[in-house]
Every structure is written in C-alpha cells, then in structure tokens.
Design a protein around this ligand. Structure first.
Ligand code: AMP
Length: 281
C-alpha cells in the first residue's frame, strides 16, 4: 500500500493506472476507521482492480460550533487497518494541501438540503459536495462507495454526479451496526458510558416504527411520534429531528408509500448521532 499526501502525486499515480486500463474503487472517509468503513472497502476491493481510500477530516463541512477539533483521529491505526484490507493507495492530504488558498469557487447544493441534517447543519452539504468534487477530480474513480448511514449525503452526491456529469458509478452500502443495533460511527467513542448504554434506543425506535408499518400504520405523524416518545422516555438525548420523507427526493409525505426514509438525529452532550431506515412498501 502506498500512502500519498500530495494531490499531484495522487493524480499522477491514477493517470498511470488508467493508461494500464485499471478500474479504480474509491472510498472517501474522515478516518478513525470502523467496520462500516471496512465494509465499503471490502465492496470496493471485490469490484475493482485498485482501491483508493482517502482520509481527510474536511473543515469545510463542520459548523463553527461543531466537533472538528475533537473529531477522533488515529492515523497509524487507520493505516494498519487499510493495509490489512488490501487498500492500494491511502490518500491522506493535509488541510493546506486540499485548501492551499481561500477558495475562489465552491459547490453549492440547491436541493434536498433544507431538511434533516441540511436544516440543522447549514453549509454542511456545500462543504461535502465541494470536497467530494475535489476528491473525484484527484482520484478519478470508476466507482465510489458511500454508506447509507449518511442517506442524505448519498442523495446529495447522486445529484452532484448527475448534475455535474461525473463519469462515476456510485455504490450505496447498507448500514453496519454494533451487536446492540447502534449504527457504527467514528463518533461513538466520544459518547459517555451512560450515553453509550442509551444510544441503541435510536435503532430500537426505528425498528418499532418498522413493526408498526408492517402492522398497517401509514400515518407519518403517528410514526414519528412513536419514535420520539421512545427516545424521550429511554434516553437523555436531545432530539434534533425525527422525520419521514420520500427517498431519494426527500419530499415530505403525510401517508407513507413507495420508497421512503425514516431518519433521526439525536444529540448526546457533545456527540450528535444519526440513524435511518429506508423502506419500500
Ligand atoms: P465518515 O468517515 O464518517 O465520513 O464516513 C465515510 C463513509 O463511510 C461514508 O460514506 C459513510 O456513510 C460510511 N459509513 C460510516 N458509518 C457507516 C456505517 N455504520 N455503515 C455503513 N457505512 C458507514
């Protein structure tokens, strides 16, 4: 595995590999790798000649009061994990390498950002779309792998790829969970032990809603109330949102039908957790 920190070196390597006709699978991450990331890498490994993993905690997608400085980082551990998953290139640029000067251009996301995380994290998806555009131009992947844990991000990146004509195939990978159901996240290590015990209630509440749907419930308000009540009763977390939208359009729906997402975000002291369930009925 080659560790590359320079944009120019990464592009030079990729151009060489493309001349040789190699397909490139790309997994963009912010590091502190867990089983969720490793599942993305495993999928990329199966479906491509070469795998590029990027680790970059992107300041542009964090708000001023968010956890950019406390976001967990451990490069040596990540490097060993990447190596054991047979990653070919680990792209690990510094902030100055990605943003050497004040940017004269940034990508602005026009749709699907006034709801869910876009609503409570203004500018977040512009930051994501800007860094993903740069990474796509640096890595020039054949396929790019994203997790459904960040379902709104998947929807936004689908729009980016289609509207800006990137010749890239997106692959959305299912959520990987802890044994108790908590969605794996790099941020989970920052939960206090009490909050960690309560956090699985998020997934349990989604499963309760799923069960209600299977028993015939179709009313979005009743379903979101059921989830909210469970979270309020069983955790000390502060609900940011519990919402149901059509997916991937992210339009509000009163009665659920077709493909939809039930998504939630809950803040536990310094850690904000998200989770979701995408269903088709
Ligand atoms: P992050 O490092 O949090 O930016 O995540 C990098 C990629 O891994 C994103 O596409 C995430 O959606 C994906 N990811 C993170 N957690 C999980 C998970 N528990 N299951 C599946 N994919 C995940």
């Amino acid at each position: 595995m080659k560790v590359i920190t320079s944009v120019k070196d990464m592009q030079a390597e990729i151009i060489q590999q493309k001349i040789l006709g190699k397909s490139i699978g790309f997994v963009p991450t912010m590091g502190f790798l867990h089983e969720g990331h490793l599942t993305l890498i495993k999928n990329a490994r199966k479906e491509n000649d070469l795998v590029v993993l990027s680790i970059f905690v992107n300041p542009l997608q964090f708000g001023p009061k968010e956890d950019f400085s406390t976001y967990p980082r451990d490069f040596e551990r990540d490097r060993a994990l990447a190596e054991s998953e047979q990653v070919d290139y680990l792209f690990y640029p510094a902030v100055d390498e990605m943003y050497p000067n004040v940017p004269s251009i940034k990508v602005t996301v026009q749709e699907r950002t006034d709801v869910l995380c876009g609503k409570s994290r203004p500018g977040h998806f512009d930051g994501v779309a800007t860094v993903v555009t740069k990474l796509f131009n640096i890595v020039m992947p054949t396929r790019a792998y994203f997790g459904k844990k960040d379902a709104q991000q998947v929807a936004v990146i689908e729009g980016l790829v289609s509207d800006l004509n990137f010749p890239i195939q997106l692959v959305a990978v299912d959520i990987v969970r802890e044994k108790d159901g908590l969605a794996k996240s790099s941020r989970n290590v920052n939960l206090s032990s009490e909050d960690r015990k309560q956090a699985p209630v998020l997934y349990k509440s989604l499963c309760a809603a799923k069960k209600a749907i299977e028993n015939g419930e179709r009313d979005s308000v009743k379903l979101t109330s059921l989830i909210q009540e469970m979270i309020i009763a069983q955790t000390s977390g502060e609900i940011d949102y519990v919402e149901i939208f059509s997916y991937p359009q992210l339009q509000p729906i009163e009665k659920i039908e077709g493909r939809f997402i039930i998504a939630l975000a809950v803040k536990f002291k310094n850690v904000r957790l998200i989770d979701n369930l995408i269903m088709d009925i």
